[in-house]
Ligand binder design. Sequence first.
Ligand code: GDP
Ligand code: MG
Length: 363
Amino acid sequence: MAKVRIYQLAKELGMENKELMELLDTMGVEYKSHASTLDEETAAAVKEIVAEQKGLEEKKKAEEARAALPKRPPVVTIMGHVDHGKTTLLDYLRHSRIAEREAGGITQHVGAFTVETPQGKIVFIDTPGHEAFTTIRERGARVADIAVIVIAADDGIMPQTKEAIAHAKAAGVPMIFAINKIDLPRADVDKVMQDLMKEGFVPEAYGGDAIVVPISAKTGENVDELLDMILLVAEMEDLRADPEAEPRGVILESKRDKQAGVLVTLLVQEGTFRVGDYLVAGDVWGKIRAMIDPDGKQVKEAPPGTAVQVLGFRDLPEAGTAVEWVPDEVAAKHIAEERQEERKAREQEEAERRKVKSMADLL
Ligand code: GDP
Ligand code: MG
């Protein structure tokens, strides 16, 4: 780039001459009028500054747009050592649901359920915490927004507790520690707090910022407090989703039912899935024939933060697979077939590699 006059550069950058001259003033560049020439170096510096400003403006706009989106409920996974009370806590939460009490207690197991509190909804995933977590982490997306780590007050931190903590940490998911079984006479909450400190988590009660809630999943004591803490963390995470965006979600569970065929639980993360929509999960495609919510009700629409059972997948997609919306059957088939071929090619390559390796081992 050779020398350029101010008005030429302004035109190139889509700016008013005055605007560019003001920028030059702040840069300490001297000129006589908008017909003055700028050297190559100055012109390059101007371009760089303008590009940077544009980037900042766009970022700010994107942030503003996000802040205007509606909030969505947090998705929570419960993790912890075996027998520390994960299932008991999930059962307690499931049975404390207002909707269920009103409906008379007929619920479907769909891998997730929603608890309604006066302060808002919370979605609990009740698929094995670890599994859901790892598969999804490998795919670079996250399902859970918050992890509740259950630690039995009569047992303390155990190997699987540490594993759960490591998983949550690796996924960058905030943790809440629920010290469970406080109804037991041998419960020792202080000892668990000490254990947590050894792991580098200083409870709020000790002046740190680790959120710890002593509960009894059996009697329900303090479970409300746990829900409050979940909503507090969710508030800080500022979880939002666009119900109008292109729908996107993740498979929580999939199974084959003798009568209904392939039954898939889908957690909606963005946009709204509707009956009749086409979707692709990995190399499996489908058309939504029906959707059933965790209360067993048929629904026509599933907005962000809902888990629904979907009828209409052609095959069993793997749990943890991302679900995409596609415009029509041609696109759905095309994408699924493309991925099937990719997978076959990968498998073949892998088999070849193994063969070569075993031959090399023989030599
Ligand atoms: P999980 O392996 O983490 O799913 O643990 P479970 O929920 O199956 O609980 C293991 C055992 O601990 C069961 O016998 C439960 O009844 C018992 N349990 C769970 N939570 C509590 C609790 O808060 N208090 C008492 N006393 N027992 C509990
Ligand atoms: Mg269990």
